[in-house]
Structure formats: C-alpha cells, structure tokens
Design a protein around this ligand. Structure first.
Ligand code: ZN
Ligand code: ZN
Length: 771
C-alpha cells in the first residue's frame, strides 16, 4: 500500500525563496536505518534542521530552498531504506528559524503512543560478505547484523525500540561497535542488536544434557555431528530448531520417532538458490519469495530425482524449503554444503522452545547436542510458510518475518481483542487502522500452548498500547480460546466460525461485500449447533445468511472420526447408500474391524456421540479412506493432502450431484458422488483418476451454487476461505472456473486461508457489531 502523504497547512504567502517544513512519518521507521537515511538526504539537498524518533514515529524539520524541500519530501517516500515501511507522512510549512546545521536529536517519549515494530529480518548481503571475509573483524561471527537485517521483534521488551529495552541490554558495546552505533554515516547507526566477537553474544556447543563441551570451534564440531546422522538442537532467531541430515534416511527416521511426528512434512534448509534448484522446480516469483528478507519456508514442486530422502515429506509433491536467514545458518551451510531438515524445536504439538534451560529439559530426549547462545529470545516464533499460488505469494503460516507487522484496513477500528480459533491459532489485537495479527501460536490443545497464547497477548498489548474494550471469540464452547475470552472482564461477542473466514478474506482485500463466501474447512461450530464446513454464505462485515451447504452426515465418535477417516467413509456409505451397500464395501477400508463397525453403525443409528457435519474436510477424509489412502491420520489434514497429491491433474471428468431446497437453503446431495466412486472402484479405475474427478466435482458444485445465488439477485463476487483451500489444485482451479463463469474471486494472500487467518475476521465483525 502506498503511504498517505498529506499536507496539514499550506503557507499563506506566495512561494518564498526559503522555508521550513515540519514532517511527521508513521510506519516501520525505527530500527531500520531511517534517521541516517534522512540525515543523508538532508545533506544531499543542502537542508538544515533535525530528525528524531518519538513513541509514535519519526519527526523531521528541514529548512532551505523551496525546491530542495519539495524534492526532499518526494525522495523520503521514494527511496526509503529496504526494511522501512512508511504508512503516512504529514507535513506543515512554517516560517524559517535559521537552523545552524542538520542534527539527529535524542528520542522523545510520549505516553500512550505506539509505533509499528519491524519483524526479524534475514541477514543482508553486506553482513553476509563480512562474515566470509577473513580480514573483517566480524569474520565467522554468528551474530553479525545491521540496520537492514537481524533480530527485531524477538528481542524487544518494550518501546521505544532502544537497546536498553531489548535482550541486548546486557551486552556492553566495545569502542569499535559503539563508534559504528553513533556514526550516522555507518550502516550500524543505532542498530540496536549491534555486536562483534569482542562484545556480543557467543555460541556454545552442549551435549544432550546441556553440559557445555570444551571444543575449539562449535560450528565445525556441530557439522561433524550432523554428518554422523545426529540430531542437533539449534538456537535460532525465534526459538530452537531441530536439524538433521535431510539425505540420511536413518537420521530423518530417528528425528521423527523422537519428536513423535510420524508423517507430517518437515521443512529443509538449503545452502543457496542453486542448491534449491537441484531439488525443486523454482519459478521467478518463488525465487523472489525464497530470497525475500522475510525468508519464509516456500512450498516448491519437488523433483523426482532429488537426493533428499522421501521420509522428509512422505507422499508429498511439494517440499518446504528455506534459505539460511541468520549468520549462523550461513556459516553452517557454507562450511558443510549439507541439506538439513529444520523443524520447530518442540515435542509434537507444544510451542517452540526459546530459552536454553527450557530447551535442555524439553528437547533433551530428542537432540543429541545443542548449539546454543547467550542472547535471550523475548518473543518466540516459528518459521513462516508461504507458497506462490495463482502467481502471487500467499501466506500459509504467518510468523517470523511477517508478524507483528499489521494488516492495514481502510477504516479505523476500536480497541479489540479477537481470540481466534483452536487449531493453528492466532489472535488479533486491533486499534486505529491496524489489525495486529499475532504470529502462529499453534494448536490450543495443551497448557503450554495456552500459556504461550496468553503471554503473547500480553506482549502485544504492551508493545502496541492496546487496552481492548471488546473481545471476540469463536462460538465453539470447548475451544480454549473461547474459554479464555469468556473469562475476561468486559464486553464480548461470539462470532460464527465461517462468517469470520468470509470477513477475513474481505478485509484483507480491503473490500466490504456483500460477497458469496465459499468457506470450506475441517470444522467450525454452526449457529444450529451442528459442525459446519462446506458453506456458501452471503455476507458482509455486519451479517451473513447461510445460502447453501453440503448435506449433514454423522461423525461417528466425534474426534475419533477426525483421527480415523475410515469412520467418515463408513458414515457416508451407510447414511447415503444404506446398510446393504455399506456392508458390501467394508473390505475397502477396514479389514478385520467387524466388531468396531457394528458399534459404529449403532452410534450412527442412535446418534450417540455422532454430531452432524457439512464439512468439506470430512468429505475429503471419507473419499481418501474409500480409496484406501489414509484410513487413519497422524496430523491434521493428512487424508485430504494425500488425496490432492495423487489426483490426476489432466482428468476432466466429474461425478454427479443434485440439490434440494430446505427452508430456502440449497442442500448439496452427495449420493451420486459416493455411488460414482464405488462404481469406479469396482471397475478398477485408477485412484488418481477418481481423485481427479472428485476435485472436479467440488468445482462444479461451487460454480453451480454460485450461479444460482447470483441468478436470484445475489452478489457477483466470491471469496474463497477455509483450510481446504490450502489444496492448490482445488483452489487454483475453482478460482479459474468461477472467473470463467463471470465472478470476481477474492482469495487470501496476507493472512492464511486456514484458521490462522480467522482472528482478523473476528476483529472486523466485532468492530461493526452493536456490542
Ligand atoms: Zn546487515
Ligand atoms: Zn563490539
């Protein structure tokens, strides 16, 4: 978004020869080399005056020739330092006061004001050169940084962003570092994490118990361990990562066993772009994304002949790849040339570990050794995950490099806390035009993650000076985020899950609606007490109507049906095709489960612990299990993902469906779909063809329903939201098909389409509510 440049008051007199202009800039303008940039610019145009940081932004006064001042103002927003993001510029022209020189004045603090904080930034090219230059004083120094790169958000304890309020406070700069820090012409001028081997943090190699090892060179030693197939816990920017050799099957297997993560895809870090291209196909947009300062994990098409072992991402067509983003990574890779698995340092679904002692106790049974350092991490966050979808970079997990930069909305919000959902939780704190969406918190299913959630809310409230007057929560009564919201004092509003998805997509696109929201996901609590997830809603920021949905199917055993997709398959068969057909096809997915099946059919009949669901995610599960792909899962979305991966992208056929009207709602009936799949299975049709036809059917359903809604006077715009749209085959083709049918289609780019983007929608709905 372009900054708003706004003149507060024009000079009353006609253009005079010299004048003074006072400017105020908001945005990410601190800790990114902005004052030296202003200083240099003022010098270049021969202007006198001053610049300083305040709690709300950067203030400037310049005095000189009118033309020079105009050009200075234009350059300010045109040639900003790489990591600065200017949100707005206000200026006012005044009478000259004859400044003597141009000065950088001390920072000023104003109570209650806040500023945007830069996310952490991948090592810049200049710093990279220094650590590989044997004659540089930072040669091989793993904590090299400057105003264009290095840690930011992870080390900030409070604002204004100055060294005493960061975890760097305990390191006293040596004279050489101090000189850089004070010199406006230096690229380390006011670089708060500035450090060198003499005065800054150090790395230590420790054994699996956390006892420091007396080694000459911890990095070389760590590389040796990785080469032997050991698992290394590595303290990084936002927390600990677990690393092992991605070309060693045994090493990968061992890491999976210890981390209790049997199948979920792991990310890899590779030395450079050339190495990435050995393993993956990379388009120009993806190259840009890989090398961006945010340095996310990018999902890339994985080459058949890659030497990275299949156990890294079993059954996947895509591999999550990132490039080194700290000096320590660069050193490890330059000197080893290895391909490394890099996954969050946690046990299964707990939050990422950030402190040394915590890591020793939590990762002790997983890591063979620890590469740690003595710079504390104040705020932890995971690596972000992104992909290029429809030619645009799209966030799937929003954390390092992105948070806490807000989404800017075209309207001003009251102070609101939206608590998000349960899985892939994020929260959103809003004020003014900003929606501060937290980094990915994780699945709120255990105490550790709940504590992480609460602590991070407190940090955001403190740093952005937000006292929420309204709390938004999901309608699901069992979500820990819901219980947390309800335990707070003050006004609250419950927001339906899929309505929040729809509004999240509208808001990040800066649109108001109304729109047809196709919200396809795993589950969300509906206003009728059923579990929704295959929804066609028509809505805007204020309200929604449920126009159509998949027919309701029992989920026998509740959570058990999520963990064991074959239960969903059985339920679909039994509910839609009848007992005879169900029993006839049992061999498809559940060899030797006779007794269990009898119990499940009873559960369905008597509606015992069998909530009804219209979820597309559960339909994916059922089809996946019918094809024998994934009778049970070990991570969320596994069955659906495996079905996407085998689908024949050249298949053009589809299955039948029909709709019925129920109290003005279209109910999408799926009996012909299930019957068609069974028929194909009997005929011995390839599973890849069946999976392809299944995807096409969903696309035809979407176009059919949207056209019907439009024909009845509904919107000509559609918004795609919900975790199911992480399926690129489905998402890209559905968008194209709807566009071909004359719809404008909105999708997510800035926040995830999954529940990680939900809090944004909740916040906007709360703002426009009567509460
Ligand atoms: Zn740098
Ligand atoms: Zn130093």
């Amino acid at each position: 978004m372009n900054p708003q440049v706004e003149s507060l008051k024009k000079p009353s007199e006609p253009k005079s020869e010299t004048r003074r202009r006072s400017l105020f800039l908001k945005g990410v303008v601190q800790g990114v080399g902005f004052r030296p940039f202003v200083y240099g610019l003022a010098q270049r145009y021969g202007l006198k005056g001053w610049v300083n940081n305040s709690s709300a932004g950067v203030a400037i006064e310049v005095e000189g020739k009118t033309e020079a001042i105009e050009e200075f103002t234009a350059e300010l927003t045109r040639k900003t330092p790489p990591r600065a993001r200017i949100e707005s510029v206000e200026f006012e022209d005044l009478n000259p006061v004859n400044f003597f020189s141009f000065a950088i004045r001390p920072s000023t603090e104003e109570a209650g004001r806040y500023q945007l904080i830069s996310p952490d930034i991948a090592t810049c090219p200049a710093c990279r050169q220094e650590i590989f230059n044997p004659s540089d004083r930072r040669y091989r120094y793993p904590f090299t940084n400057c105003t264009n790169c290095g840690p930011r958000f992870t080390i900030i304890e409070d604002i204004p962003y100055d060294r005493p309020k960061t975890t760097m406070a305990k390191f006293i700069m040596c004279p050489a570092c101090q000189e850089e820090y004070e010199n406006p012409a230096n690229r380390r001028f006011h670089a708060q994490p500035n450090a060198c081997p003499l005065c800054g943090p150090r790395i230590i190699l420790a054994d699996s118990q956390g006892t420091p090892l007396a080694v000459r060179d911890p990095i070389t030693e760590a590389i040796g361990l990785l080469r032997q197939g050991k698992t290394l816990a590595l303290k990084g920017m936002g927390g600990f990562l677990l690393a092992c050799d991605a070309r060693n099957s045994l090493a990968v297997q061992r890491l999976r066993q210890r981390k209790q993560r049997p199948a979920k895809p792991l990310a890899v870090m590779l030395k450079d772009l050339a190495t990435v291209k050995e393993h993956c196909r990379v388009e120009a947009e993806e190259e840009k994304l890989l090398q961006a300062p945010e340095s996310p994990i990018v999902l890339l098409p994985w080459k058949e002949d890659s030497s990275i072992v299949s156990g890294v991402a079993p059954g996947q067509k895509y591999l999550g790849v990132m490039l080194p983003y700290t000096p320590l990574h660069h050193l490890l890779f330059r000197e080893s040339g290895m391909a490394l698995v890099m996954t969050s340092g946690n046990r299964s679904e707990e939050p990422i570990a950030k402190d040394n002692e915590e890591a020793f106790s939590r990762l002790g049974g997983i890591a063979d050794a620890f590469l740690i350092h003595d710079r504390d991490i104040y705020v932890q966050y995971d690596d972000s995950v992104a992909a290029v979808v429809n030619g645009q970079s799209t966030i799937i997990r929003r954390a390092r490099g992105y948070a806490p930069f807000p989404v800017r909305l075209p309207f001003s919000l009251r102070p609101i806390l939206a608590c998000g959902a349960e899985l892939k939780n994020t929260f959103c704190l809003a004020r003014d035009q900003y929606a501060f969406i937290s980094q990915h918190i994780g699945d709120l299913e255990n105490l550790e993650t709940l504590n992480h959630f609460q602590r991070t809310i407190e940090i955001y409230q403190k740093i952005f000076r937000i006292q929420p007057e309204l709390m938004a929560y999901d309608l699901h009564p069992e979500y820990l985020s819901t219980k947390y919201a309800l335990s707070l004092p003050g006004k609250k509003i419950g927001v339906q899950h899929h309505f929040a998805h729809l509004v999240s997509c509208l808001a990040e696109n800066g649109r108001e609606g109304p729109v047809i929201g196709l919200t396809f996901d795993g589950l969300g609590y509906g206003t009728d007490g059923n579990l929704w997830g295959g929804e066609f809603l028509v809505g805007d920021y204020r309200s929604f109507a449920r126009k159509a949905h998949l027919e309701n199917i029992p989920m026998p055993g509740g959570t058990a049906a999520i963990l064991h997709p074959w239960r969903m398959a059985l339920s679909y068969l039994y509910t839609l095709m009848g007992q005879e057909s169900a029993l006839k096809h049992l061999n498809l997915f559940s060899p030797g489960q006779g007794e269990k099946i009898r119990v499940i059919l009873q559960q369905i009949d008597r509606r015992i612990n069998s909530p009804l669901t219209s979820s597309v995610g559960r339909l994916f599960d059922a089809v996946s299990a019918l094809l024998g792909l994934c009778p049970s899962i070990s991570y969320e979305g596994q069955a659906a993902m495996e079905l996407e991966m085998i689908a024949d992208v050249n298949e053009e056929g589809a299955y039948e469906f029909f709709t019925t009207d129920e109290d003005g709602k279209e109910i999408i009936r799926l009996r012909p779909l299930i019957a068609g799949i069974l028929e194909d299975l009997e005929k011995g049709v390839e599973r890849s063809v069946i999976a392809g036809k299944f995807h096409n059917t969903l696309i035809q359903i979407a176009v059919f329903i949207c056209q019907k809604i439009r024909d009845e006077g509904g919107p000509k715009k559609a918004a795609l939201s919900g975790g199911v749209f992480q399926n690129r085959l489905l998402g890209e083709r559905m968008k194209a098909a709807l566009e071909k049918a004359g719809f404008e289609v909105l999708t997510h780019r800035l926040v995830p389409c999954n529940d990680g983007g939900l809090s944004l929608g909740q916040a906007v709905i709360a703002h426009f509510s009567e509460a």
